[in-house]
Design a binder for this molecule. Sequence first.
Ligand SMILES: [Zn+2]
Length: 196
Amino acid sequence: MITDEEVLQIFKQAGAYLQGHFKLTSGLHSDTYFEKFQVLQYPHYTARICKELADRFRYDNIDLVIGAATGGIIVAYEIARQLEVRANFTERENGKMALRRGFKIIKGERILLVEDVATTGGSVREVMEVIQEQEGDLVGIGLLVDRSGGKLNFGVRTESLLTIQARTYTEAECPLCKQGIPIIKRGSREIAVTSP
Ligand SMILES: [Zn+2]
């Protein structure tokens, strides 16, 4: 079994654990950012961390693994490969999370929802809605990184490989803003302006 410390080591080694002043996808500011694609670009790291999540759900008769584009495509694919089941991913269609490309949940299918890095869990909840609408049976949620320090509660079994309490602030209360430190926008809904 891989420990939180080993997962953090992998993120650090891959250059995915960044410190500075960041604006997250949620709009919150933080001194820590996980540039998950720095890890996901290495198939051996991805396979190793995804194996741990796959193992935690190996005996749950999962039929389908679903992640949200973009990082979730890779995580869902690798976990599904290890569980020998299908992988689908959701994307936004007119701003709403949806299964496209002919992906379809068969009613009652046992589903594992996976996400790379969760802070507020917003996109996880959006994918949960898609699963509910299509009458899938959500068995559990697998997170590579829970940045909430374990405060996320989706009302369903959730396994996270690395639970970390990253400091986040609203723009108004952000001490890094008050110090005049330039902000770096990262994340899928923002354009990366520069690297720290
Ligand atoms: Zn700030």
